[in-house]
Write a protein that binds this ligand. Structure first.
Ligand code: PMP
Length: 358
């Protein structure tokens, strides 16, 4: 820390991304990336766009926004495209929270929400998940402030049905409800059509997961024209060129190559169900995930211990030490069938070792 850092920033606890280690070749199941490459058409489009790198991208991202709007059946005025969905979440905290309006989110959810709130000095209320790790809908209904709900939730993977989202939207006519749908393509129903019914809904999404474009950084928000205008006010006050030329071109092509995304998402869903079944057979408790990851704990080996032992064996998964009630769990990204078989084989060996010791 330099002596120049403003006092208000000295206490910041920044978001901790998952490990990106290079010391050896890992089976990487820790950051919810896709195991499949991006659409070859998208890669080709990005390469072609690189020929014009000397020029700024279109700050209005007209072509990309039109393609995205068409995909979701909304108007281009209902969408904003950004540098990864973290960008639009950042804008939402800046635009819709402040001195008078706090933020509300679950105690176990995407770890960036409290980071944004702290960065902007926004008061926030954490609504504890219920005993079964589902969202406490009544808790959200009773709370005051701008709501942030990851759906499916992370790291539990549990999906909140749309009628529950509706109840929360209805209970907060004077507050924005942000539904973060980073993982919606793996078995959830999107809340996007509800923007016609609710002027307080902002849905956020990403190309990082089902579209295999995490490295390109492309995310979006869908909402009423007025909400999108507010988000653009923030965008034009920070970085109007937040989506670069190559990313925009890749995004447009990825949307056109819809079947490629659907095929990959279906393969992930199949591998998820397969892995969950195998882990349950090994005695694990596994949540009913509708995301591209599994959240599981073993009665025989601790969460941190399993994470460390798998890391030793070249398999990276994600362990969260806090809050304490999820410390025995691990979050495992769903990869290819081969990766999942390697994971299971290694877990079987680790469990055998544990049994021998006891
Ligand atoms: N929301 C949730 C719930 C996430 O898990 C992530 C990925 N870490 C994001 C948003 C942000 O993803 P990206 O910025 O890559 O779109």
């Amino acid at each position: 820390m330099s002596r120049f850092l403003d006092a208000s920033k000295k206490i910041l606890k920044p978001y901790q991304p998952g490990e990106q280690l290079n010391d050896k070749k890992y089976v990487k199941l820790n950051t919810n990336e896709s195991p499949f490459p991006a659409s070859p058409l998208a890669v080709e489009a990005a390469a072609l766009a690189a020929e014009n790198l000397r020029l700024y991208p279109d700050p209005e991202a007209k072509e990309l926004n039109r393609a995205l709007a068409e995909y979701y059946g909304v108007a281009p005025e209902n969408v904003i495209t950004v540098n990864g969905s973290d960008d639009v979440l950042d804008f939402a905290f800046l635009a819709f929270c402040g001195r008078e309006t706090g933020a509300v989110f679950a105690d176990v959810t995407y770890g960036f929400y409290p980071v944004f709130a702290s960065l902007y000095n926004i008061e926030y209320e954490e609504i504890p998940l219920l005993q079964d790790l589902t969202v406490d809908v009544q808790g959200f209904i009773d709370a005051k402030g701008t709501v942030f709900i990851a759906n499916p939730n992370a790291p539990t993977g549990i999906l909140l049905p749309l009628d529950k989202i509706r109840e929360i939207l209805r209970s907060k006519p004077d507050n924005i409800v942000v539904v973060d749908e980073a993982y919606i393509d793996f078995g959830g129903e999107s809340a996007v059509p509800l923007i016609r019914e609710f002027d307080n809904l902002l849905v956020t999404g990403t190309f990082s997961k089902s579209r295999s474009l995490a490295g390109a950084r492309l995310g979006f928000g869908i909402a009423s024209e007025e909400i999108i205008k507010d988000l653009n006010t923030i965008r034009y006050s920070t970085n109007p060129y937040n989506v670069n030329r190559m990313t925009a071109a890749a995004g447009i092509m990825s949307l056109k190559d819809k079947d490629y995304m659907l095929g990959n998402a279906a393969a992930i869903v199949e591998n998820r169900e397969y892995t969950a079944r195998r882990l349950r057979e090994l005695g694990f408790f596994v949540t009913d995930s509708k995301a591209n990851f599994i959240f599981a704990k073993s009665p025989d080996v601790g969460g941190e211990e399993l994470y460390l032992k798998l890391k030793d064996r070249g398999i990276l998964i994600r362990h969260f030490a806090r809050p304490e009630r999820i410390a025995e769990f691990n979050r495992i990204t769903v990869g290819t069938r081969e990766q999942m078989d390697a994971l299971i084989a290694n877990i079987e060996e680790i469990l055998e070792e544990a049994h021998e010791k006891s």
